[in-house]
Write a protein that binds this ligand. Structure first.
Ligand SMILES: Nc1ncnc2c1ncn2[C@@H]1O[C@H](COP(=O)(O)OP(=O)(O)O)[C@@H](O)[C@H]1O
Ligand SMILES: [Mg+2]
Length: 251
């Protein structure tokens, strides 16, 4: 059974249909990339899944349970965590305090908070060094690590990332994406939205290409990476930052 199963999702902004029947699936441990140009509907898809937007129709299931109409904070408790576009961390709180907020559902269990935080620090040692630093004073890459770390504090079964490499240097982008591979390696299903198709396909297992609210192509990441239509539309002009082997896809 897929950990996340989205079927025929339709989402409107007023009278405008932003998603015209999106279907996708993610299995435990899988990285599923969602590609598409600006305005295609990638962010809308993630926002609908995490309960921030209510779909007009369609079904969304996490571990077999329907998420449609469920409040966003309840959805987090059901195992789905969303790192939004532009990493909304709390600048005037410390790294540590931001992580605590990510664990608010288990705030009465300090042992669990401590355990999960240790897991985040293992994944991102730089955050451990800076745990008492105000989040607003972190570099862009460190802020992205913190946003991901905060999402991991709820111990999600499904982690959704909206353009995690945006604005990062190629080296940092590669390091963040390598960590995403590590997270999936622990059994989490990852939905990865990326404008940089080359990097996304290098670490993903499979991918969906969205154009104006519809899935126009889907398949194994390696197959899509060599697809002429994908190359023409999404892989032209991007700088290659890593091969699959370099990004640790197979380990
Ligand atoms: N809050 C909003 N109100 C109205 N239209 C929106 C809103 N957010 C996004 N849209 C429109 O929905 C479409 C999909 O947007 P979005 O999901 O943000 O695309 P992407 O993340 O792929 O760039 C675009 O045409 C965009 O202009
Ligand atoms: Mg977007």
């Amino acid at each position: 059974m897929a950990m996340l199963e989205v079927t025929d999702l339709h989402v409107y902004y007023g009278n405008i249909e932003a998603l015209k029947g999106i279907s996708l699936e993610a299995d435990p441990g899988q990285i599923v990339a969602i590609l598409g140009s600006n305005g295609a509907g990638k962010t809308t898809t993630l926002r609908a899944i995490s309960g921030l937007l209510r779909p007009r129709s369609g079904s969304i299931k996490c571990a077999g349970k329907s998420l449609v109409g469920v409040d966003a904070h309840v959805i987090v408790g059901m195992g789905l965590s969303h790192v939004p576009e532009g990493r909304r961390i709390f600048n005037i709180l410390t790294v540590d305090e931001n992580l605590n907020l990510g664990g608010y559902l288990v705030r009465s269990q300090p042992r669990l908070i401590k355990e999960r935080k240790a897991g985040v620090f293992k994944l991102f040692p730089r955050l451990a060094e800076r745990r008492m630093q105000l989040a607003g004073t972190l570099s862009g890459g460190e802020q992205q690590m913190l946003a991901i770390g905060r999402a991991l504090m709820s111990d999600p079964k499904v982690l959704m990332l909206d353009e995690p490499s945006l604005g990062l240097s190629p080296i940092l982008a590669r390091s963040v994406l390598r960590t995403v591979r590590e997270i999936a390696g622990r059994g989490t299903a990852v939905l990865l939205v990326e404008q940089n198709a080359r990097q996304a396909l290098a670490i993903a297992d499979k991918a969906y290409v969205i154009e104006v609210g519809r899935v126009v192509l889907q398949g194994e990441a390696a197959t899509l990476a060599s697809d002429e239509r994908v190359q023409r539309a999404y892989l032209g002009g991007f700088e290659a930052v890593g091969t699959q082997a370099e990004l640790g896809k197979n380990n």
